[in-house]
Design a protein around this ligand. Structure first.
Ligand SMILES: NC(=O)CC[C@H](NC[C@@]1(O)OC[C@@H](O)[C@@H](O)[C@@H]1O)C(=O)O
Length: 267
C-alpha cells in the first residue's frame, strides 16, 4: 500500500503556518473527509439500492462532519480486516463502521468517544440446536476477519471451528447453504438478516465495554477533539436519539447518549 506521499499535517507544518489555517484537521484533501466504511453492515453502514452509503453510523458521522464545517464526505467500502490499517496509514481520514473501541485497536488508531453500545449476536437457522455458548461446541461458526466477534470467539468458543469470512454477506450465504452452522455478527445487522432469510438470534452477548467510535489516525488531536465536541452536541440536541429511533426501531436504547435531561430515566 503506497503510504500517503506526505501526510497533510507534515506539509502544513507547525502552528502559524498558512497551511494549518486551511487544513486544521490534517485532511488528505482539505475541505473533504474520506471515510473507510462497509457496504454490507446494514443498518449501521451500507449502500442502498442507488449505491449511496447510508445507515445510522453514516448519518451520524455526516451530521458530525457538517457541524465541524466539512460538508463533502466521501464513503468507500472496505473489507473490515483492512479498514483500521488503511486509516492508520493515511489512506482515509476516518473509519466509520460500528468499530468497537478496544485497547488493542488503540495501538493502531485513535478513536473518538463512543457513540453506540450494543450486542454481539450468534445467528443460526431456526432448526439449529444452538441456544447458548456451550451448544457452540463442535459447530462451525462464521466470523468476519478482524472483528471483535473473531477475537471473542477465539478466546471463548475454544471447542468451536471458526470459519473466517471477508464480510457478513458471504458468511450469511454460508449459513443459508449449511456450510457453517451459525454466524457471529452485530445485533442490528443480525436483525436485518433474520428478517431477510428467516434466521434467528441464538445468542446475544453485551459489548458495552467496547462502544463503537470513529477511528482516526494517531496524532490528529485537533480533528479528534472537533469530532468529539460535535458528537456530544449531536447527542445533547437529540440528533443521536432521532437517528437511533430511525435506524434501530424497537431496540433497547442506551441512555448515556441521550440529552442530559433525559438520562437516568427508566429503560
Ligand atoms: N462493522 C463490523 O463488522 C464491526 C463488528 C464489530 N462491531 C462491534 C460493535 O462496535 O458494534 C456496535 C456496538 O454494538 C458495539 O458495542 C460493538 O462493540 C467490531 O467492532 O469488530
Amino acid at each position: 500500500i503506497a503510504l500517503a506521499a506526505c501526510s497533510p499535517s507534515a506539509s502544513s507544518g507547525g502552528d502559524g503556518d498558512a497551511g494549518a489555517g486551511d487544513n486544521p484537521y490534517g485532511l488528505i484533501t482539505p475541505g473533504e473527509i474520506r471515510v473507510a466504511s462497509l457496504g454490507d453492515a446494514k443498518p449501521y453502514t451500507f449502500t442502498d439500492e442507488s449505491g449511496e452509503f447510508t445507515g445510522f453510523d453514516v448519518e451520524l458521522f455526516t451530521d458530525v462532519a457538517d457541524r465541524i464545517g466539512i460538508d463533502k464526505v466521501v464513503f468507500t467500502g472496505q473489507d473490515f480486516s483492512g479498514l483500521l490499517a488503511a486509516v492508520a496509514n493515511g489512506q482515509y481520514d476516518v473509519g466509520v463502521a460500528a468499530i468497537g473501541i478496544t485497547d488493542e485497536r488503540k495501538q493502531t488508531v485513535d478513536f473518538s468517544d463512543g457513540y453506540l453500545a450494543g450486542y454481539l449476536t450468534v445467528m443460526a437457522s431456526p432448526d439449529s440446536d444452538i441456544t447458548d455458548e456451550d451448544s457452540l461446541a463442535g459447530k462451525r461458526l462464521g466470523v468476519v476477519q478482524g472483528t471483535l466477534q473473531e477475537a471473542y470467539a477465539v478466546k471463548n468458543f475454544t471447542d468451536t471451528e471458526l470459519v473466517r469470512f471477508p464480510d457478513n454477506n458471504t458468511a450469511i450465504a454460508g449459513v443459508n447453504s449449511g456450510s457453517i452452522d451459525a454466524h457471529f455478527l452485530d445485533y442490528e445487522a443480525a436483525k436485518e438478516y433474520a428478517a431477510q432469510f428467516g434466521l434467528e438470534n441464538a445468542i446475544d452477548i453485551p459489548s458495552f465495554d467496547a462502544p463503537a467510535g470513529f477511528a482516526i489516525a494517531k496524532g490528529k488531536d485537533e480533528f479528534k477533539e472537533a469530532l468529539n465536541d460535535a458528537l456530544h452536541d449531536a447527542m445533547e440536541d437529540g440528533t443521536w436519539k432521532e437517528l437511533y429511533e430511525k435506524w434501530f426501531p424497537g431496540s433497547p436504547m442506551p441512555d448515556q447518549y441521550l440529552p442530559s435531561d433525559e438520562q437516568g430515566e427508566g429503560e
